[in-house]
Design a binder for this molecule. Structure first.
Ligand code: BGC
Length: 452
């Protein structure tokens, strides 16, 4: 597949195709304790853990809270017509459950109003990884009551913004935050082990379906989606052991949350039954039913493929990644393999599921070590990454996959979770000392790409 000729433009995707940029509250807003906001698990994690590079904290981040008007002008200037952002639960409900923070509600009204004024369509993500810290103290996503708490938060948001915003995304990458935060402990809240991970999977899968039902019942004409991270899982060799190992990882990384959503229950297979406990519950018809929701669109987020080999030493999954660096393949400065063919392959694979009506690529992007020199960031590698990956999307679309949009990750450099502020994914460079924004060449590239 020739993915790299770069000779495509937005026109090739059709005139109704949605072009957007995405960002997230905890990564961009800052104002971590301003106007009544409560702490999130990321505020707490940044204080207490040594896992965030450079000891960086999301306290100020890009200061989007105060600069949203200028930042939305930049969205407009680059030619994007969709702005995807998330709502900080702890800004709306400082302790997660109790009284509503009016200032928090008003902040998102201002953002939404500004979008509408500029002719930009807002897409709200309800949960992009920043649980209120007060809820984490009660067990967070492991607590049975988390669904009650989440449903109330969703209800408040739907009632506040539902007459202005029709596009809703329930969760950002459930596999990402459950595995990193509650199994491996590398992300907030830093919990580990199956005793945390298993109940969290179930509560999160329920939250996804119930949150969507609430939006459906409260927001007339809502267009509802949720997002899944996806990676092509490639066996390291054609030995059966490696193929089986890759299959187990595929169950975890690609199938765990989408299959219950589509009414198939959890993806347990005889050969890999770590989900047995959930499977038992899942046999009850009521759970399979309760986990299902007829989404209007599925958000797919792609960054890299994963190569897997059998490894007895790794408990449960008996598999490990063969890191891109050891295979000397092209990679981003995050160390992630660059392989647009895998993007195409995983889109095609996901599209085979029955029950998916529309797909939006809700995130795709790359970190490269940018250099700001005399007001210019000549990020040719990022431009190349976008070109290759857009070609992959177009190819899948032209072959009949119903892809309705593409949202680049991300508008501007921001707080990249445990990587802190040095892993820059933005189309716009941010000087975190002065908050000066500089459009990178990739941002100008998008502007030209979209203007045709
Ligand atoms: C997340 C973003 C993150 C990006 C790059 C995605 O999985 O949704 O929040 O910044 O990956 O790591």
């Amino acid at each position: 597949m020739a993915l790299n000729d770069g000779n495509i433009s937005a026109k090739d995707f059709g005139k109704d195709f949605k072009w957007g940029v995405a960002m997230a509250a905890a990564q961009n807003e800052g104002a971590h304790n301003i106007d009544g906001k409560g702490a999130s698990i990321w505020d707490a994690f940044a204080k207490s853990s040594s896992k965030i590079k450079g000891g960086h904290k999301p306290n100020i981040a890009c200061d989007f809270y105060h600069r949203y008007k200028d930042d939305l002008l930049l969205v407009k200037a680059l030619g994007f017509s969709v702005f995807r952002f998330s709502i900080s639960w702890a800004r709306i409900l400082p302790d997660g459950t109790g009284s509503i923070n009016k200032d928090g509600i008003n902040f998102y009204h201002r953002v939404i109003d500004e979008c509408i004024k500029l002719g930009i369509t807002p897409y709200i993500t309800l949960y992009h990884w920043d649980l209120p810290h007060e809820l984490e103290k009660k067990g967070g996503w492991t607590n049975y009551y988390v669904n009650k708490w989440f449903n109330r938060f969703v209800t408040i948001c739907a009632e506040a913004y539902g007459d202005k915003v029709k596009n809703w995304i329930i969760l950002n990458e459930p596999f990402g935050f459950t595995s990193l935060g509650y199994m491996l402990g590398s992300h907030a809240p830093g919990k580990t082990g199956l005793s945390n991970f298993l109940p969290v999977i179930h509560h999160v899968a329920l939250a996804q379906a119930e949150g969507a039902q609430i939006i459906r019942s409260k927001v007339p004409q809502a267009y509802i989606g949720t997002t899944f991270s996806c990676s092509e899982i490639i066996p390291f060799s054609d030995k059966q052991k490696d193929i089986d190992a890759a299959n187990r990882v595929d169950i975890l990384m690609n199938r765990l949350f989408i299959e219950p959503t589509l009414g198939k229950g959890y993806p347990t297979e005889d050969s890999f039954n770590f989900l047995e406990k959930l499977h038992m519950e899942n046999k009850a018809w009521k759970y399979t039913k309760r986990l299902q929701f007829d989404f209007d669109f599925i958000g797919l987020q792609y960054y890299f493929p994963v190569t897997i080999r059998h490894n007895n030493l790794v408990p449960i999954v008996n598999a490990s990644e063969v890191k891109p660096a050891t295979r000397k393949v092209p990679r981003t400065d995050m160390g992630w393999e660059i392989k647009a063919d895998s993007f195409y392959n995983i889109i095609k694979k996901m599209w085979q599921y029955e029950g998916i009506k529309e797909i939006i690529i809700t995130e795709n992007g790359a970190f490269f070590k940018d250099e700001l020199k005399s007001g210019i960031v000549n990020d040719v590698e990022r431009i190349d990454y976008f070109q290759q990956h857009l070609q992959a999307v177009l190819k899948a679309k032209n072959e009949g996959v119903n892809i309705k949009g593409y949202f680049a990750w991300t508008l501007m450099d921001n707080f990249e979770w445990t990587e802190g502020f040095n892993a820059r994914f933005g189309l716009i460079h941010v000087d975190f000392e002065t908050q000066l924004r500089t459009i990178k060449d990739s941002g100008y590239w998008f502007r030209d790409f979209l203007s045709v």
